[in-house]
Write a protein that binds this ligand. Structure first.
Ligand SMILES: *Cc1c(COP(=O)(O)O)cnc(C)c1O
Length: 410
């Protein structure tokens, strides 16, 4: 049997506990949705206010040089690189994850002429699949997206597979792929490997360099805490840097944007993945958020994440019995930093939980999803969330009609 006392004891011995104070977290709220929108670091408002009033208000157009705006995508990219095991000059912060999937997938396809299949899994995050579908349609020439269940990915790799496109941590179940092993299998079949790190970056270490992967993309507003709609990032393995082309050949990916030449010449390296003018204000928010993320030792972050998610699983099973069913892997090393349970009335259960100040989210068809951002979620939060879930289920609070109305965003 575990207790709230046990949670308090675990918080007291948590080396990351002091970092919680660096985030704005409303009193009384248990926030378990940092895998959808990360909490705001306290340093963000002042940094953004400075960018607005000094850099924009007073510096005006001079700030492209004086405040270094023009290099911000590369500077922020280099900082994100440290969180994902990449080197300087290998990552840029730019566009959205969806657009970045399109760009790296195009680049990868061009590196595998003569092969027509983009292989992914049925349960991959839909935007990745939609972008792949759109790209295959645009490129034509027999290119197609092939989807298989998670268990059949390795056996589906064959001589026609150009690219394997996967998300490292499953957004719905939290199940984690063995990134280096799956990459090796893709390479053994002659395919390239693209990884989406949306649920990885900032929540656990990953070593892109050692993994041998080819391209990666990731999200700025989840565990990286860059704020709503924060720009995303992408990584290119150094060996691919001078060989790839990408079709969104905007002026900021040109070798000399301010030469204003009529023809496109790609910039060297990863910079050619830039397209148009970067969103300086939201990139500044992300840059400020990275200060906190870069302070934390990622091995400690991962250790805490495993203990915290395990504690939550144990608490829910103890307090709720079999009213909900665990859909995440039980073995902590096989999951990311989230825990999902299913319940036939999952949407209403989550609405009732949110009404009690426990914020997770719902993923169709029946998944209650709880994200544990290790920098600011405590063991007592895990305990209290499990207690609130037990209360909702035993009181049938979720059966009230107001919890059945679907909002636009779940
Ligand atoms: C959240 C998420 C995205 C988001 O894409 P946007 O273009 O930023 O909306 C993409 N892929 C995965 C796997 C995600 O979890």
């Amino acid at each position: 049997m575990i207790t709230r006392k046990e949670a308090e004891r675990l918080d007291a011995s948590d080396p990351l506990a002091p970092l919680r104070d660096r985030f704005v977290l409303p009193d009384g709220l248990v926030y378990l949705d940092g895998n959808s929108l990360g909490a705001m670091p306290k340093a963000v408002p002042a940094r953004v206010a400075g960018a607005v009033s000094r850099e924009w208000g007073e510096g005006l157009v001079r700030s492209w040089n004086d405040a270094g705006w023009i290099d911000l995508p590369r500077r922020v990219g280099d900082r994100i690189a440290r969180l994902v095991g990449a080197g300087p000059g290998e990552v840029v912060c730019t566009d959205s994850t969806s657009v970045n999937v399109f760009k790296v997938l195009s680049a990868a396809l061009a590196l595998r002429p003569g092969r027509s299949t983009i292989l992914s899994e049925e349960g991959n995050f839909p935007t990745d699949l939609y972008m792949a579908e759109g790209l295959a349609r645009l490129v034509g020439d027999g290119r197609r997206l092939r989807l298989v269940p998670k268990g059949e990915i390795l056996s589906a790799l064959d001589g026609d597979t150009a690219v394997l496109l996967l998300t490292h941590v499953d957004y719905r179940t939290g199940e984690r792929h063995d990134l280096p092993a799956v990459t090796r299998a893709a390479h053994a079949a002659g395919a390239l490997a693209i990884w989406d790190l949306a649920h990885t970056a900032g929540a656990m270490p990953v070593d892109l360099t050692a993994s041998g992967a080819d391209f990666a993309v990731g999200c700025g507003y989840k565990y990286l805490c860059g704020g709503p709609g924060a720009p995303a990032f992408l990584w290119v393995a150094p060996r691919n840097q001078e060989t790839f082309v990408q079709p969104l050949s905007g002026w900021l990916g040109h070798a000399e944007p301010f030469a204003f030449e009529p023809g496109y010449r790609p910039a060297a390296g990863v910079s050619r993945f830039l397209c148009g003018t970067p969103p300086i204000l939201s990139m500044t928010a992300l840059d400020a958020a990275l200060d906190v993320l870069l302070e934390a030792d990622l091995a400690l972050v991962r250790g805490k994440s495993e203990r915290l998610t395990s504690f939550f699983v144990e608490a829910v099973e103890q307090l709720c019995g079999d009213a909900v069913r665990l859909v995440s892997p039980r073995e902590p090393s096989r999951r990311g930093s989230q825990v999902s349970f299913s319940h036939p009335d999952g949407y209403a259960v989550m609405r009732a939980l949110v009404a009690r100040g426990v914020v997770g989210d719902f993923r169709a068809p029946d998944v209650l999803r709880f994200g544990f951002a290790p920098l600011y979620v405590r063991f007592v939060d895990a305990w209290d969330a499990a207690g609130a879930l037990a209360e909702v289920l035993s009181s049938h609070a979720h059966e009230r009609p107001e919890f059945r109305l679907r909002s636009a965003v779940t």
